[in-house]
Ligand binder design. Sequence first.
Ligand SMILES: [Zn+2]
Length: 198
Amino acid sequence: MEPSCKNCGAELHGEWCHECGQRAMKGRWTVKSAFTQLFSAITNVERGFLFTIIQMAIRPGTVIKDYIEGKTRPYFPPFRYAFILVTISAVLTVWSGIFDTQQEAFSYFEQADQTESQAVFQQQLGEGIKRFLNLLIIIVLPFYALSTWLLLRKKGYNYAEHMIASIYLVGQTSFYGIFMVPLYFFAPDMMTLSMGVS
Ligand SMILES: [Zn+2]
């Protein structure tokens, strides 16, 4: 009798099930197979992730074009890529105090005749943004993609393809944002200066 897939029952021809994609399982779990899986989970994630960061830094156009055209295997999936990097960057921005510094910089422009309740609202808004900073950046994505799609419609890419490009680019921008944190610690004045409120 031919071996069958333990997940969907399809007849197996080779290492992977052609129906559901599960790897053929021979026999039972062993300590060795469990550790092999743990090890490959760690190293594979790192390889795809670091590889994508490096490729996005040196040839972002190739990564995006490859992925859109279906060559997805070498790259870390765009949404997870952006989610991880945006979250790291958002957490560091809040933790380091950069976010508060920026908030102060913005309040510099506020009107002097602001009422008490307006000030309270402003503060609560700031706290809310702080807590969901990473989600907010991700919520903005579809609109960001919409604008690039409208601008570059003639290139022939559809909206979903623009989404993929935007997601990768937002992830990469967040990755570079991480480097703002040490900069802020070494030269906090430069940060305020760059925001035009020295
Ligand atoms: Zn199967």
